[in-house]
Ligand binder design. Structure first.
Ligand SMILES: Nc1ncnc2c1ncn2[C@@H]1O[C@H](COP(=O)(O)OP(=O)(O)O)[C@@H](O)[C@H]1O
Ligand SMILES: [Mg+2]
Length: 501
């Protein structure tokens, strides 16, 4: 149907000791949005760099417009109409929008001096094509991330781009900005441009892709029209594992870990009551501002309750501060792990013991060997992929970083662990690892509460769900009594009520 732009055949790329690509076939058509997915390290960036001419493949053939090309280099690739937008956009913060957009053009035409009028005209023209309305005179450093991206796309397309490749373009965007980007990309596609998006967020892929290719371990394990995939298939190809989509069912013991009576935080939630038994995984959901996160904050002493009762393992407790909560055996994986959950520049081991430091002091000194041992224990137990316990947290992928936040709290041996958005920004493989870890902890008797707006996560992983709306709890719903659609409907109804207030 549609015309082929580029075709890769049996592409192999080896770095010393690493086979990053093991004979990948890939075909990208004009006028399609092709998503490239796969877990961290599967070879996505390497493949893009082969297409952009940044890496010479070890073997294999590349055809562009049906013609075989050998020794593609970055300049040749640009001349063929291939443009890549990397995650940092490579925009120049201290230059204006117009200068940034005209940049490539000037380089290509080997112009030494910038013609201001021309640059501005070019900028307007490019921005009209992508549907952006940004002042061409403003410095790029003053723009939002989304607008910086629009500048990068404008710059990429002005030179008659035939193929636009975006490496994880949505990671730092809000939902509205993602919509805007999607509109822009669909518009470009309709003009005949081929678009490749590296993404592993399932929902976003299903929203925009025409075709999907999934890499695993340097191999193309699936390519097809998006209609040929569903969630289960997608995750299966990504991870190589069978994902069982069945509702979590605890081994019912019916002994109560936590009981909340009429808990209230003035202005946020009112008279929330529920109980949590051994084995239960409780999900709390609702819109942002519905009180869902505040319940977690209150149980952890960040915002102490105005009134109500908290009973932990049959003992009424008072939580007025975070240290009260920690002393009572409550752990909290916060919503924003990057700013609240972790010391990014510190090592994995520093982070692992951060919430339980006292236990590693002997005579005023830290027992470094014990810290090392316990860190390695958790890295293994929780399946964190890291080069060593000394690696800085910021070098880990999102999923592995999140596993270490969980490990940090597990190391305090909590009775109750509350997780707010535990798998936001986490790849699907780590996501199912994390869910499995939580199920095992629940089965071993730890109280687990997941606060989330990811319906799928809640439905399959929590045997009880509370929907918050305007600070009022729906009461406990027994997940198994409902279908996923029914829960989704209830959440939507709660949201509508909220908007009508
Ligand atoms: N320049 C390089 N030198 C050595 N190994 C590399 C290099 N670039 C990538 N790799 C390795 O190749 C594999 C694929 O990496 P990459 O293409 O970056 O994966 P992805 O983008 O899917 O996360 C990884 O094992 C990575 O460590
Ligand atoms: Mg990459």
């Amino acid at each position: 149907m549609s015309e082929e732009f580029i075709r890769l055949e049996k592409i192999k790329k080896e770095f010393t000791g690493v086979k990053a690509l093991k004979g990948v076939d890939l075909k990208i058509n004009c006028g399609e949005i092709h998503c490239l997915a796969g877990e961290n390290g599967c070879g996505k960036s390497t493949l893009i760099k082969v297409i952009s001419g940044a890496h010479e493949p070890t073997s294999g053939t590349i055809y562009i417009n049906g013609e075989k090309v050998s020794h593609l280099n970055p300049i040749a690739s640009i001349h063929k109409g291939i443009q890549v937008i990397y995650q940092d956009f490579a925009v120049f913060p201290n230059l204006s929008v117009a200068e940034n957009i005209a940049m490539n053009n000037n380089l290509l035409n080997a112009k030494k001096k910038m013609n201001w009028k021309e640059a501005k005209q070019l900028a307007y023209k490019a921005m009209a094509l992508v549907g952006a309305e940004i002042d061409p005179d403003v410095l790029v450093e003053r723009l939002s991330i989304s607008n910086k991206q629009m500048v990068a796309i404008s710059r990429a397309i002005i030179n008659d781009a035939k193929l636009l490749i975006l490496d994880e373009p949505t990671t730092a965007l809000t939902a509205r900005e993602v919509d805007l980007l999607n509109k822009t990309l669909i518009n470009l596609k309709e003009k005949g441009m081929a678009i490749v998006i590296v993404n592993h967020k399932l929902d976003e892929i299903f929203e925009i892709a025409d075709r999907l290719t999934i890499l695993r371990n340097g191999e193309n394990v699936a390519t097809g029209l998006i209609e040929e995939f569903d969630r289960k298939k997608f995750i299966h190809y990504m991870t190589g594992r069978e994902i069982i989509d069945s509702v979590y069912t605890p081994n019912l013991e019916k002994s109560e870990i936590l009981k909340i009576n009429e808990l209230t935080l003035d202005g946020y939630f009112k008279n929330v009551s529920f109980s949590l038994n051994k084995g239960d995984v409780l999900g709390i959901t609702g819109l942002l501002g519905s009180g869902r996160s505040e319940i977690g904050d209150t149980l952890f002493g960040i915002t102490p309750a105005s009134s109500g009762e908290i009973i932990l393992n049959n003992k009424p407790i008072t939580i007025k501060s975070i240290s009260d909560a920690v002393n009572q055996g409550i752990g909290y994986v916060p919503e924003d792990r990057l700013t609240q959950g972790l010391f990014l520049t510190r090592s994995i081991s520093d982070n692992t013991v951060a919430a339980s430091l006292k236990e590693y002091m002997i005579k005023g000194k830290l027992d470094l060997q014990k810290i090392e041992e316990v860190t390695n224990f958790w890295i293994k137990k929780i399946g964190c992929v890291a080069s060593s316990s000394k690696a800085a947290i910021r070098t880990l992928s999102g999923g592995n970083a999140q596993k270490m936040v969980i490990a940090k709290w597990l190391n305090t041996n909590p009775q109750l662990l509350i997780l707010n958005g535990p798998t936001v920004g986490v790849d699907v493989g780590s996501k199912s690892d994390i869910h499995e870890i939580l199920h095992n902890l629940a089965k071993e008797g730890m109280g687990i509460i997941i606060i989330s707006d990811d319906l799928n996560e809640l439905y399959y992983n929590c045997n009880k769900i509370i929907i918050m709306s305007n600070g009022i709890s729906s009461g406990l719903l027994n997940t198994a009594d409902y279908s996923e659609d029914e829960i989704s409907k209830k959440i939507k109804e709660a949201a509508t009520e909220e908007n009508n207030e």
